[in-house]
Design a protein around this ligand. Structure first.
Ligand code: CA2
Length: 146
């Protein structure tokens, strides 16, 4: 059971600025939390971050046949990227959209996601725990096959 966790632009800055919005955990600390969660649930985790949209597209394409589910925090690309949406739609790997913050309680430009419609579900607003919930949802999809 393999889960690919993808992180988009600027998430490498977590813990350094805007703790009131994104919490105090750094991305390496979130990775440790995610790995502990996956291990407890019997899943293998591949955890990655990039600031480049094309790299995310390549990683999503590469998940076909190699990952059982994707958990993605596409960060700002969530609100702009048709390329990510098309890649997720193309590969047929169940994908869960996650966010640290409650994007619906923030600026209106964060209310729209280009990827939600091609994801199995959306988790937002629980800080680092959104990653735990995303991995739990991914395992549930894989184990129940639905
Ligand atoms: O709440 C989330 O997880 C977001 O995906 C985070 C993105 C934002 O553009 C989305 O609307 C919601 C921003 C990630 C950048 O994180 C920073 C961390 C520290 C300092 C500055 C940015």
């Amino acid at each position: 059971m393999k889960i690919l966790v993808l992180n988009g632009p600027n998430l490498n800055l977590l813990g350094q600025r805007e703790p009131e919005t994104y919490g105090r955990a750094t991305l390496p600390e979130i990775e440790t939390l995610a790995r502990d969660t996956a291990k407890r649930l019997g899943a293998d985790l591949d955890f990655r971050q990039t600031n480049h949209e094309g790299e995310l597209v390549g990683w999503i394409q590469g998940a076909r046949g190699t990952a059982d589910a994707i958990v993605i925090n596409a960060a700002a690309f969530t609100h702009t990227s048709i390329a990510l949406r098309d890649a997720i739609a193309a590969i047929g790997v169940p994908t869960i959209e996650i966010h640290l913050s409650n994007v619906h309680a923030r600026e209106s430009f964060r209310h729209h996601s280009t990827i939600s419609a091609v994801c199995r579900g959306v988790i937002a607003g629980f800080g680092a725990h959104s990653y735990v919930l995303g991995i739990q949802a991914a395992v549930n999809i894989i184990v129940t096959r639905c």
